[in-house]
Design a protein around this ligand. Structure first.
Ligand code: NDP
Length: 306
């Protein structure tokens, strides 16, 4: 029987691991499909306190991990397939088939990118359609690409892609960005970036060829349609919480975010941290903060549970 199992290795999971390890609980950290979480798909992290010059996202997560390991956190790599929280002991089943029992769980499984949902887009994911410029941007050297979305992620993706692409077009469904002013200004002032306002992607060409040759756009106000020739399409329209294995076991809102109070879920001994419970702030530093809170709550719970 484990004392603490932490699910997820983003800022929330690894901070929870650091605090639980320093409390002498030798936590077991279960790593899923994306070790290090979403920060490993970003480039430069400029807003994590303590790094005035910025730091690469993957490098930052490796530092988090080393710090947790130094105090005795253990790691196991296999996504969680299912769980049974509604009667003690708390149980987890991993993709590997392994079954784990534990006194407490900290769910820090984060969130994943949302795609547009077009059939042609689905067929071309990994063949010109991507949700991660950091991962795939370098494949688009000297060719035009498009980014869909108007939030900070879309701005970051567009700016990053200017390193490689000949031209970057941001496609946004409204006439103003949702992104923070500083990011939006950088995009608007960049000589290699164009913006298509009030426009939506209606189709991605060309699934038959197995590669992206362009996107069909519709202007939402005039209804005018045209074809934008691009070789890559980066979708940056938001995220959904990774709560699939916990359906029916934890109280969630209509979008699937886990409901909690000071990181405590509706199940005794199960705590939650990071983007999986946060549709509002979604920052590395807030994820780390809630990871710390969840570990402190789990430690207190174990003390009172004997
Ligand atoms: P957001 O939810 O902030 O933005 C999503 C964008 O996608 C919006 O502009 C939205 O349009 C658009 N969109 C949503 N659905 C569709 C659709 N079906 N078709 C077309 N467009 C669509 O998500 P982000 O991932 O950009 O950011 C999430 C959070 O992370 C935010 O709080 C953000 O500030 C933060 N963040 C911060 C960064 C930083 O500070 N360095 C970097 C990246 C993210 P509309 O505006 O019309 O709703």
């Amino acid at each position: 029987m484990e004392k603490v199992i932490i699910i997820g290795t983003g800022p929330a999971g690894l901070t929870a691991a650091l605090y639980a390890a320093r409390a002498g609980l030798a936590p077991l950290v279960v790593e899923g499909m994306q070790p290090g979480g979403q920060l490993t798909t970003t480039t430069e992290v400029e807003n994590y306190p303590g790094f005035p010059e910025g730091i690469d996202g993957t490098a930052l997560m490796l530092l988090f991990r080393r710090q947790a390991e130094r105090f005795g956190a253990r790691f196991e790599s296999s996504p969680v397939k299912a769980c049974r929280f509604r009667e003690p002991p708390l149980q987890l089943e991993l993709d590997s088939g392994e079954r784990l029992e534990t006194q407490t769980v900290i769910v820090a499984t984060g969130a994943s990118a949302i795609y547009l949902g077009l059939p042609s887009e689905g067929r071309l994911i990994g063949h010109g359609v991507s949700a991660c410029a950091t991962c795939d941007g370098a494949f688009y050297r000297g060719v035009p690409v498009a980014v869909v979305g108007g939030g900070d992620t879309a701005m970051e993706e567009a700016l990053f892609l200017t390193r490689f692409a000949s031209r970057v077009t941001v496609i946004h469904r409204r006439d103003r960005f949702r992104a923070s002013r500083i990011m939006a200004e950088r995009v608007l002032q960049h000589p290699a970036i164009d913006v298509r306002w009030d426009s939506v992607v209606t189709d991605v060409m060309d699934p038959e060829k197995g590669e992206v040759t362009g996107v069909k756009l519709r202007h939402v106000k005039t209804g005018a349609e045209d074809l934008l020739p691009v070789t890559g399409l980066f979708v940056a329209i938001g995220h959904r919480p990774n709560t699939e294995p916990f359906q029916g076991q934890l109280d969630m809102d209509s979008r699937g975010y886990v409901r909690s109070r000071n990181t405590r879920t509706d199940v005794a001994g199960v705590f939650v941290a990071g983007d999986v419970q946060d549709a509002v702030y979604r920052q590395a530093v807030t994820a780390a903060g809630t990871g710390c809170m969840a570990a402190i709550e789990a430690t207190r719970y174990l003390e009172t549970a004997g």
